[in-house]
Design a protein around this ligand. Sequence first.
Ligand code: PEP
Ligand code: MN
Length: 338
Amino acid sequence: MIITMSVQATKEDIERVRQKIEELGYGTKLFPGEKKTVIHVIGVTDREKIVKAVESLNGVENLIPILSPYKLASREFHPEDTIVSINGKRIGDKMIAVIAGPCAVESETMMIELACILKESGAQFLRGGAYKPRSSPYSFQGLGEKGLEILARAREKTGLYIVTEVLSEIDVPLVYKYADILQIGARNMQNFPLLKTVGRFNKPVLLKRGMSATIEEWLMAAEYILSEGNQNVILCERGIRTFETYTRNTLDISAVPVVKHFSHLPIIIDPSHSSGDWRYVNALARAGIAAGADGIIVEVHPDPANALSDGKQSLKLEVFKELMEEIKKIASAIGRTL
Ligand code: PEP
Ligand code: MN
């Protein structure tokens, strides 16, 4: 259950409500907003008892029973769309967010040259892994902190904001220092200690859907981050495992409207890891935007044939530029901008 306190509620009013609920044996979590404070009551078994105890207390505006297993991620809790702002770039608003870059940070020269072209073509965010979750321990694992430093220099040069993956709990403070958005990869979607850790930091989190996760499991993963206090979660549909073998994964386009229905969180799509083949990337990106996604994260490489990872699905620069033109048209057709 969620209790919203009125704009006029004082600190004492909020504290009184919190105490009353704890006396009934339930946990509470406070979310002080810009205007109103929201109290999340945890583990509710007897709704009536709570309503009776607090409805007439000073400052209580609304008691909302939330039936879905995820609470803070649900539309019932937060009817308006959440907009995640990264230094003024708003994901979940009218703008279509384009996050582009190589799978992995490979070298400084490559990253800076590429970032300049991506910026020129209209991308607002730069992607690139410094810590790579590879299927084989013998494959390139990423440049680590050196990769993060390169990303920071590319940001300095271009003004593009950085999206990069954090693979483990112990790396969170370091990645936090460099990144503008912390990416949680598909393989870590249910790494609950990692989710809780990024939930305690105040930078936006891009939460990829696990390759075999249901939408409900994915929203529950988002709930782990939200319930620690970090309200800036962006979901990313990156394809799920199906019986189909002609693509690396199957992009679940239906996840876009379904997530929009059940949750207020922004959602973007990843046409690269879903298709696994550059030839299908632009079509999937167009479909995702047309379906209502708030953006895309796409792999681009100046020389895909020699990329250290995911070359097969990486777009050459000309193809990325074509994609940007296509997205512009779709965005304007559905009342959005790039
Ligand atoms: C990535 O974005 O580089 C990545 C590894 O993606 P995913 O976690 O979706 O496989
Ligand atoms: Mn990749």
